[in-house]
Design a protein around this ligand. Structure first.
Ligand code: CDP
Length: 784
């Protein structure tokens, strides 16, 4: 029997995730595992109303509860100039309401007690006298003349409009439309949904009254950026703030914004002089923290009769809730929504976006998405499906006819993105072959004759991930670069410290693999550290699939920096010139004589024991990487559904996902990422909905109303891949974490529309639940 050589962990090796050892043994260290001596607990009293003026707050009953240490109100915070805080989008947000409440679930007062249950019970005893105002629950209503003014505290704010932002060329697009044979239009709504990570948000704030040092354990996807913002908001010297993000049980964008609970717990710890813990419960997470989407989109495609696309016109209205609080790069008010031209060679495009305040929790976090790429991808892929239907073309044919061709890369899109690389026809072909597309179309035709409803959905998405470059992309003024620090110890073992922060993506494994590839140190010998601002170099954090494109590039570059120094040391050991030293898989040798070599471990030891004269000791370095461009992962997803005419139930029979994220560092981890995203996309497409009644009551505040897919509902996924390296990334990798959430919802919905399109049904908004499908069939006289 052949003996298998254990994988060393090079790029392309599916080694098992190092971090899983502690996770599957229940030995992870999550925020709620942090318990400090003398620690107090915080609970929040929240508004039951969506829009109401606060007449008075009576805290006497809460204060009187044994065990209560303090009750914090907005008025108290205002005395310390902390009642309002800046948001990551340049707006302001109430920390604790002073004048009005602006969404149901808004933070009104906090109780600090010696026990979490006492804190909760006491918070319920706070009496708030409200004068209820009319609630505004959608952006159309918000922008009507005479609508109640939500942000009346903002100087100069006369209505509920937040921003207007445009991309592309209006004149050129109008001209394209004037020359079109036909125009296909689609109005669609991407409803509010929630990232709902397994672990909710929380903080343990420990401000030491003697030293003034603040140690904040936080569920933060961006600890360094949060530290800077804390320094600015709280006026604490930045060197005295240490943010530690421990193990995080999923983030998906939910842990990017700064929430009032973080600020109050820190202020309370500062004032009381004891550590304070705040952990949300599930409903608090679902009603008050970072919602996603809520985009009303209208798209028009100008086409020639042969199916060639000439132009794209898009209008979008976003519901941002009461505070514009989600992180968007400063220059781009609707995030990267202008990637809406997708995978298509569109000569002209124009995108107009507007945002409005409503009486809902702040929305717009990039839920497993790169700043609104998901909404954009959904719109273009649904619109292309509509065009195919109206023109009676096969949905693959219209795509193939309009794809940006491989030889067109680098490709400048009509809205200003320079796509780095791609081969869209190939990814589609791999997917079609895997599915057996032609056979299934035949089956569909047969079924249709018998009145049975079967559909095949297609989506060929292109994403844009890996912000910066810093000169174009910043969050709250902080340029979007990232960093890696690598220290190789005398025994050849290493520590890699990163500015990004995993929430379950497997960084401890995959980033070590980059070092393995570049320096030859086995992945098992590399400890990856993230999430501690005192001990890692400054970075912008993990969201928008930026870790591999930016932090991964920094890791490769710092490894190369060390390799250059290692060559000098190897030359000294081999008594040769550094210019003649070659490196291959962890071995240094004189060109032409590979048999006489020094290992990276020999060199590491010599870096501390036997150096050439004049060379600095040690083998370590740091790199701050500002990417020259983003990366553009892509893929084709195909979904087959069967629909029951009697109930409207949609059954996903097959789902084929072909992804291209450039070079795959760890194929198994990549597949895991895609599985997760496809599952979330399935949930969004068919199950998950947060909605609000006319009074602004949030419907979907628990997991019996807000339905997440379990293994019972989730379809089986069949995966495929193509590899088109990114030409500007040091190892050719593109991000992948979000591809499947971005690309899959349109594929699922397109499959449903493909099944019912012949009946004249053009759109069913997500979530595509059986009642909606049945109602649509019934309207066309096709329900049973
Ligand atoms: O920023 P985030 O970690 O969420 O997303 P990502 O950079 O797309 O990476 C997700 C996980 O997949 C990480 O562990 C990556 O290192 C891994 N990955 C990979 O192995 N190969 C790629 N081409 C892209 C990501």
């Amino acid at each position: 029997m052949a003996v298998e050589t254990p994988l060393k962990g090079n790029i392309g090796d599916s080694i098992k995730r190092k971090e899983d050892d502690r996770f599957i043994r229940g030995k992870g260290n999550y925020l709620d595992d942090v318990n400090l001596p003398g620690m107090l607990h915080m609970a929040i009293n929240r508004s039951p109303f969506a829009h109401a003026r606060i007449k008075s707050i009576n805290t006497a009953a809460a204060q009187a509860v044994p065990g209560v240490v303090a009750v914090v109100t907005g008025e108290l915070l205002a005395q310390h100039k902390l009642a309002w805080m800046p948001t990551l989008s340049g707006d302001t947000q109430a920390v604790l309401a002073t004048d009005k409440v602006r969404f149901q679930g808004q933070e009104v007062a906090c109780v600090i007690a010696n026990d979490p249950y006492v804190a909760r019970d006491a918070a319920a005893l706070i009496e708030v006298d409200y004068d209820v105002l009319q609630a505004v629950v959608n952006p159309q209503q918000a922008l009507k003349p005479g609508a109640p003014l939500i942000r009346d505290e903002k100087e100069g704010q006369k209505d509920n409009h937040i921003y207007h932002w445009e991309a592309g060329d209006k004149a050129k697009t109008d001209e394209a439309f004037s020359k079109a044979d036909r125009v296909v239009k689609l109005d669609t709504f991407y409803p509010r949904c929630h990232p709902s990570p397994l672990e909710t948000c929380g903080i343990v704030a420990d401000v030491n009254p003697a030293t003034g040092h603040a140690t904040l354990w936080m569920t933060s996807q961006a600890p360094h950026a949060h530290r800077t913002l804390f320094a600015i908001v709280a006026g604490l010297p930045e060197q005295n703030i240490r943010i530690i993000s421990p193990d995080i049980g999923g983030g998906f964008g939910n842990k990017v914004p700064i929430y009032p609970g973080y600020v109050v717990a820190t202020a309370a710890s500062l004032l009381i002089g004891k550590p304070v813990k705040w952990v949300e419960d599930r409903s608090e997470n679902l009603i008050s923290t970072g919602f996603a989407r809520d985009y009303y989109m209208s798209g028009e495609l100008a086409l020639r009769n042969d199916g060639r696309m000439l132009g794209l016109r898009v209008k979008m209205l976003s519901d941002n809730g009461a505070f514009y609080a989600d992180a968007q790069p400063t220059k781009f008010r609707a995030g990267l929504f202008h990637i809406v031209t997708g995978s298509y060679d569109l000569p002209a495009a124009h995108v107009e976006t507007d945002g409005a305040y409503t009486n809902k929790a702040p929305g717009g976090v990039a839920y497993r998405c790169s700043f609104r790429v998901t909404e954009a991808s959904y719109l273009i892929e649904r619109l292309v499906e509509s065009a195919a239907l109206e023109m009676k073309m096969d949905p693959t044919e219209i795509r193939l006819k309009n794809f940006i061709q491989p030889e067109q890369f680098p490709y400048m899109s009509a809205t200003g993105f320079e796509y780095d690389s791609g081969n869209y026809p190939k990814a589609m072909q791999v997917a079609l072959d895997k599915l057996g597309y032609k056979e299934l179309r035949k089956e569909q035709a047969e079924k249709r004759k018998k009145g049975e409803l079967m559909g095949i959905g297609v989506a060929s998405f292109t994403e844009v991930v890996g912000a910066g470059p810093g000169k174009h992309y910043d969050i709250a003024g902080l340029r979007m670069f990232d960093s890696a620090e690598l220290r190789v110890h005398p025994t050849g073992k290493a520590i890699l410290k990163l500015g990004v922060k995993s929430q379950g993506q497997g960084h401890e494994t995959t980033f070590a693999q980059i070092v393995t590839e570049e320096l030859g140190i086995p992945a098992a010998d590399i400890e990856v550290q993230e999430g501690d601002t005192d001990n890692t170099p400054y970075g912008l954090g993990t969201y928008a699939s930026r870790s591999t494109p930016v932090g991964g590039a920094a890791t490769a570059m710092v490894s190369r920096k060390l390799r250059d120094k290692a060559k000098i040391i190897a030359a000294h050991l081999l008594e040769a010139s550094a210019a003649d030293i070659e490196f291959d898989h962890g071995k240094f040798f004189v060109r032409g004589s590979p048999s006489k070599s020094k290992t990276i471990q020999d060199v590491a030891f010599a870096a501390y024991t036997n150096l050439p004269d004049g060379l600095e000791a040690g083998l370590e370095g740091v790199t701050y990487y500002d990417p020259p461009n983003m990366t553009y992962p892509f893929g084709t997803y195909l979904v087959v559904v069967d629909i029951d005419r009697g109930t409207g139930q949609v059954k996903v029979r097959r789902m084929v996902a072909v992804d291209d994220c450039g070079v795959r560092i760890n194929p198994m981890v990549v597949e895991g990422q895609i599985h997760g995203g496809l599952t979330e996309g399935f949930g969004i497409a068919f199950m998950e909905l947060i909605t609000f009644d006319e009074e602004g009551n949030c419907i979907g505040s628990n997991f019996t109303d807000y339905l997440l897919p379990t293994s019972w509902e989730t379809p089986k996924f069949e995966m495929g891949e193509t590899v088109t390296p990114s030409p500007h990334h040091p190892i050719g990798a593109k991000g992948v974490g979000e591809s499947a959430t971005v690309g899959s919802p349109a594929a699922y919905v397109n499959a449903v529309i493909d099944a019912v399109g012949h009946l004249g049904i053009r759109n069913i908004d997500m979530p595509v639940t059986s009642d909606k499908v049945w109602a649509a069939l019934n309207e066309k006289g096709a329900a049973e």
